[in-house]
Design a protein around this ligand. Structure first.
Ligand code: NAD
Ligand code: DAU
Length: 348
């Protein structure tokens, strides 16, 4: 039986990855390590918590001795590392928190894996989940490829870039068998409502302003989260060691166009008159260092591993909106407590 450590499995993307691995690989023992920060929520994986091949471990990847002991005790065969501080706006407020988790936390995992595996790397794999933001910002043309130079602009993307470099360095220096993926913006169920799509769905439901940063002409490439989980599964099993794969949705949207479509769908779902939700759109102060455009060239993973998104944006958005409308208890739970003071500070 293979033992796989998945970090950050109580978060947005991690919960979809954990669910997929627990359900699809009964022959694996899946360990979900998560510190349960504001972004981690055991509700996200409630449906699989009693499965015999699943174990939840509450712990912090910044705790070096805890991580070393966990590796010594469990002797993992593979690591899929998603735990991170993930929100750009929060990184502008508190960059050091991002260095601690995203850089030091990744280092602790790398050191523990190296210590356990050095001398026999057979069948071992360290999978580091990263972001397209490490490449910086595109102008109106072009796509990020696996050879695009790193050029991070936010404390978040700088911390992810740093962790990517360390993973690669451990591969070159110690021979650690690693893979890295750099993915574009995800959306879907269990997305914490500080990020654009779930924040705006929640605000539309509650008739609150929709704070569009700057002129709204910033562009992102959106991918349905379950398609990211499929890609992670493929790369974990079939990707080549010491390689990077870009993952994207072939699906670019200017923020203001996306928000307009979201408002139209929400009007229909909530029985509002056409244009009612769009009246909530409010242009607010721009994000400092705001990257203009991200867009991924996902042809490598497409041609080498046969991956492509399975749902269109229209389908994915419909599934997502329906999920939030049917899970308002989840929304209310995660937006109580500390969320209110975060929101007040960010948007007042
Ligand atoms: P998230 O913020 O929803 O979840 C992060 C999880 O990590 C949470 O469960 C949190 O409790 C846990 N965590 C945070 N600090 C920890 C620590 N010190 N120790 C242990 N656990 C800790 O993030 P997400 O959006 O699901 O992103 C997951 C990963 O994917 C991140 O590495 C992120 O950089 C990357 N990524 C995200 C996107 C996206 O669009 N969301 C796109 C590309 C890549
Ligand atoms: O590209 C991958 C990245 O996508 C991931 O690595 C990050 O973890 C993830 O958070 C996401 O980063 P973004 O900064 O692109 O996502 P966010 O949802 O915060 O913002 C998307 C766009 O919407 C961006 O141009 C900023 C804008 N925005 C965001 C918020 C929260 C607004 O206009 N208003 C808002 O209130």
């Amino acid at each position: 039986m293979k033992k796989i450590l998945i970090t950050g499995g109580a978060g947005f993307i991690g919960s979809h990855v954990v669910r997929r691995f627990v359900n699809n690989y009964p022959e694996y023992q899946i360990f979900n390590l998560d510190a349960l920060t504001y972004a981690g929520n055991l509700e996200n994986i409630k449906d699989i918590e009693k499965e015999p091949n699943y174990t939840f471990v509450k712990g912090d990847i910044t705790d070096e001795s805890f991580i070393e002991t966990l590796f010594q005790n469990q002797q993992f065969d593979g690591v899929i590392h998603l735990a991170a501080e993930s929100h750009v706006d929060r990184s502008i407020e508190d960059p050091l928190a991002f260095v601690k988790t995203n850089v030091i936390g990744t280092m602790n995992l790398l050191n523990a894996a190296k210590k356990q595996w050095l001398g026999n790397f057979d069948g071992k794999r360290f999978y580091h989940v990263s972001t397209d933001e490490v490449y910086g910002s595109l102008g109106a043309e072009g796509l990020f490829t696996e050879t695009t130079a790193y050029d991070p602009n936010s404390p978040y993307s700088a911390s992810k870039a740093s962790s990517d470099h360390f993973v690669r360095a451990y591969g070159e220096t110690y021979g650690l068998p690693y893979v890295i993926t750099n993915c574009s913006n995800n959306y879907g169920p269990y997305h914490f409502p500080e990020k654009l799509i779930p924040l705006f769905i929640n605000n539309i439901i509650n008739n609150k302003p929709l704070p569009v940063y700057g002129d709204g002409n910033y562009t992102r490439d959106w991918l349905f989260v379950k398609d990211h989980a499929v890609a992670i599964d493929l790369v974990f099993h079939d990707g080549k060691n010491h390689e990077t794969y870009n993952i994207g949705g072939f699906n670019e949207w200017k923020n203001i166009d996306l928000v307009t479509v979201l408002c139209q769908i929400m009007d229909q779902k909530l029985g509002r008159t056409t244009g009612e939700s769009a009246q909530l759109i409010t242009y607010v102060k721009d994000r400092p260092g705001h990257d203009l455009r991200y867009a991924i060239d996902a042809s490598k993973i497409n041609t080498q591993l046969g991956w492509k998104p399975s749902v269109t944006f229209e389908q994915g958005l419909e599934i997502t909106i329906d999920w939030y409308l049917n899970n308002q208890d989840w929304l209310n739970n995660v937006t109580s407590g500390a969320y209110a003071s975060y929101y007040e500070k960010q948007y007042s």
